[in-house]
Ligand binder design. Structure first.
Ligand code: 5RP
Length: 236
């Protein structure tokens, strides 16, 4: 059971609720991945079941999001069946002052980038601990790589000045395998001075499917904070 007195959990809940409250009836909604978005999906389901909003369809960014949407009775669709996404709600591991992100803590950044980039409005939900002046300061950069290319791709990441490490499973022997059946390399860079260029350079390495830099994609960042002992949500 989660500890509802834990301030980080309270911030995640509040920011998830605030994002769910922005969704209007008759919307196609991108459903992100992670512990913060999980609350947004739950509250969206609550609003639907209470009749506060109607005619919502979700597009999940991961197996986790799909399972949660089904649990909370949010109807789902696919990108083959729609011609747009109205709003996407997703978490992040780091957010810089330009609203650029590092994502992929849940190894879902490839599908997340597809869905979040297509949305007319992309809302990022984070607790205040995710804000940083420079991307890469606190979080390693996730890179999804097809399995047969893992060695040359890691060598290429080293040549770019990174320190790559293969992400290993927890409570599972061996590496993390993504929803697409690929591997994830977490890369430490001393500093990421030009995220836009690095995003493209890494994606140009043969065998790399996608990296966790999201540059120029975010519209709104909702930040959960504790002020004077009370949880609050502000727009960055
Ligand atoms: C998954 C992600 C998540 O959105 C990110 O890791 C944030 O997760 P959380 O809300 O659990 O901190 O990018 O790939």
């Amino acid at each position: 059971m989660s500890d509802i007195t834990d301030p980080i959990i309270v911030m995640k809940q509040e920011v998830g609720r605030a994002a769910a409250n922005r969704v209007k009836s008759d919307s196609i909604v991108g459903l992100g991945t992670g512990s913060t978005t999980a609350y947004a999906i739950e509250y969206l389901g609550d609003r639907l079941s209470q009749g506060e909003i109607k005619n919502i369809v979700g597009i999940p960014t991961s197996f986790q999001a799909e399972v949660l949407a089904k649990k909370y009775n949010i109807p789902l669709t696919t990108l083959d069946a729609v011609d747009h996404i109205d709003v996407a709600i997703d978490g992040a591991d780091e957010v810089d002052p330009q609203k650029n992100l590092i994502k992929g803590g849940g190894a879902a950044h490839t599908r997340e980038k597809v869905v979040d980039s297509l949305a007319t409005e992309f809302i990022v939900v984070v607790d205040s601990g995710k804000l940083t002046d420079k991307l890469g300061s606190t979080f390693l950069l996730p890179v999804e790589v097809i399995p047969m290319a893992i060695t040359p791709a890691m060598n290429a990441l080293k040549k770019l000045g990174g320190e790559p490490s293969l992400r290993m499973g927890i409570k599972k022997a061996g590496p993390v395998v993504t929803d697409q059946g690929n591997l994830v390399v977490d890369v430490k860079f001393d500093e990421i001075t030009n995220p836009e260029e690095l995003e493209k350079t890494i994606n140009n390495i043969p065998g790399v499917l996608e990296n966790g830099l999201f540059v120029g994609v975010t519209d709104i960042v909702l930040v959960g904070e504790i002020k004077d002992g009370q949880p609050t949500v502000r727009e960055m």
